[in-house]
Write a protein that binds this ligand. Sequence first.
Ligand code: GRG
Length: 308
Amino acid sequence: MSPLHVVEPGEDVLKTRMIEASARIESTLNALLPLKGGPEARLYQAMRYATMNGGKRLRPFLVLSSAALFGVRESCALRVAAAVECVHCYSLVHDDLPAMDDDDVRRGKPSTHRAYDEATAILVGDGLLTLAFETLANPETHEDPLIRANLSLALAKAAGARGMVGGQMIDMLAPQALQGDGDIGAITRLQRLKTGELFAFACESGAILGRGDNTRRQALHAFAHDMGLAFQIADDLLDLEGREEEVGKALRKDVRAGKATFVSILGIERARDQAQLLVDQAVQHLEIFDERADNLRMVARFVVDRRA
Ligand code: GRG
């Protein structure tokens, strides 16, 4: 590792970069989600409600940071970033539905089915998921149709039954499958699918856009998986120790449901150590990149220190 990599810029630098990136991501989302009149106006309003509502914009930031490693034009990367955020927001809207996690609050506001109604929330999710693929397939995202196809394939794998949707299914069955002292391997797999694959897409998408070689793509994949697990452990810790006003959603649901989590199995201290270990491991995967990967290095540190 060169000395350049040892000293990463501090937390404030990351905060500023994330805030600046959020503004550009939100203006891209704004353009992709215009308000419409007519009988379907309610759907467009609700799609905007579900997306233009805060959130850390972590996955889009990962897309922009990975694209910067390959010198990708930011206008292209922003569209991929917006597509990932659409998939993420759809997953939150559907996850909050009474048939799933039944949450009334998301990002500090009434969840979409509470602000509108259940049928509208289902359609919002459907609309956002479809919009993500429409965005990737649009020539404005990349002039090369093969790259657009590769992006669509990778996002489909990450979001579908082999990724997020599959992970959600296992999670829904968790009270039977992972009750009490469920094993760490099963929880790791669940979380890799449910949240890790979308992180992996976000981190690899820059390499797809910029025609990065396999070594670099795999390094980004490995980084995302370790960082994703650290993120999940931090999420479990926040569920136990966080403040609802800061986190913006109902907490301590896992404990009440008797659900096995990294923290219930490892205990708080070991879980914290494990998260730190995963962050260090994640950062090591980036050794092949120069200081342009500092955003990714900083994000990995941020995910375990965050309070929301
Ligand atoms: C409904 C198909 C389907 C999938 C849902 C990701 C997911 C699967 C559900 C989200 C439920 C949840 C709270 C998972 C824990 C980890 C997670 C994804 C937290 C939310 O992500 P953040 O912290 O949220 O990046 P913001 O609001 O900042 O974007």
